[in-house]
Design a protein around this ligand. Structure first.
Ligand code: FE2
Length: 305
């Protein structure tokens, strides 16, 4: 049974060369393919790369996985008290350059119809990490953010394996429509728009007295289902063992783009990666019928956002 297709052949030369090609790439991404660039189209300056790979030494506060929030130009994920300010400033500048490079590359059909989400620097070895089950990256899953509901927007991620010699090793699963059918409606119910949804964002908004003023923090029935699907996949040992899957090795220096809320994926091994996340509007889709919100609303016979 075929699983996720890796679009390889035409991606040797950087970005799309025409509007038609950009639309074709979007449509392949939206259908669940991984756009793979054996040589990244967003190269990192040699000094920046040296700095990032230099974070391996013990004692640096920046050796953990770190998030960069482009909207407020801020880093998080390290112990600020023990960190060297100059080092933090340098990482912030490197991440700012990386993030804007990826933004400049984003495919033309999506222009202006996305939210720029976090970027991340992932210097940790993925193999053998000791994480709670729902946080494990080595179990096949589709992405959903517990504190950042997308409200139907799609999660598009651009990765770069910056390790000088090692591949980043993933496993990918079957297309979303097929995978979701193994969980819903049997194992998971698809909540309806009229069902109250108590999400973390809603509780947070209520706690700070902003409920009703910040609807973007609320988890919609769509977000609720996607979070439950993420958890159900990781918690189901039979699914992890028996589902159709395929190994993918991303070369040193390569990049790839993928809608990670629909392509089931797991990271088995690899160290040093950069990643930038976009939340793309459903209305920007070249093939809106292939979006998970469209698939789920069809299954539920109801609006979910
Ligand atoms: Fe993931």
């Amino acid at each position: 049974m075929p699983v996720c297709t890796i679009a390889l052949a035409e991606l040797q030369g950087g970005g799309p060369t025409s509007a038609e090609q950009a639309r074709a790439w979007c449509s392949r991404l939206e259908a669940g393919e991984i756009l793979y660039f054996p040589e990244t189209p967003v190269p990192i300056a040699a000094d920046d790369l040296r700095f990032l790979l230099g974070q391996r030494q013990t004692g640096s506060a920046l050796h953990k996985n770190i998030a960069y929030k482009p909207a407020i130009d801020t880093l998080s994920g390290f112990d600020a008290k023990t960190s060297d300010t100059a080092e933090v400033e340098q990482l912030r500048a490197v991440m700012r350059r990386y993030s804007s490079g990826v933004v400049a590359f984003l495919l033309a059909p999506y222009e202006q119809r996305w939210l720029l989400d976090y970027a991340s620097f992932r210097p940790l070895e993925e193999q053998g990490r000791d994480l709670a089950l729902r946080k494990r990256n080595d179990l096949l899953h589709t992405d959903a953010f517990p504190t950042r509901p997308t409200r139907g927007r799609r999660i598009l991620r651009f990765f770069h394996n910056i390790h000088p010699t090692r591949t980043r090793d993933w496993v990918v699963g079957e297309p979303f429509a097929r995978v979701v059918g193994t969980f819903a409606p049997g194992v998971l119910a698809i909540p309806r728009a009229d069902t109250p949804v108590a999400g973390a964002g809603k509780r947070l908004a209520q706690a700070v007295g902003l409920a009703g003023l910040v609807p973007q923090w609320k988890r919609t029935p769509y977000d609720q289902f996607m979070m439950e699907l993420h958890n159900a996949m990781k918690e189901n040992a039979d699914f992890q063992r028996d589902c159709a899957k395929e190994s993918v090795q991303f070369l040193p220096g390569s990049s790839w783009m993928v809608y990670t809320e629909t392509v089931p994926h797991a990271v088995l091994a690899g160290q040093y990666a950069l990643e930038q996340t976009f939340l793309v509007d459903h209305a920007a889709m070249v093939t809106p019928e292939s979006a998970p919100v469209a698939i789920l609303e069809k299954m539920a016979g109801a609006k979910l956002v």
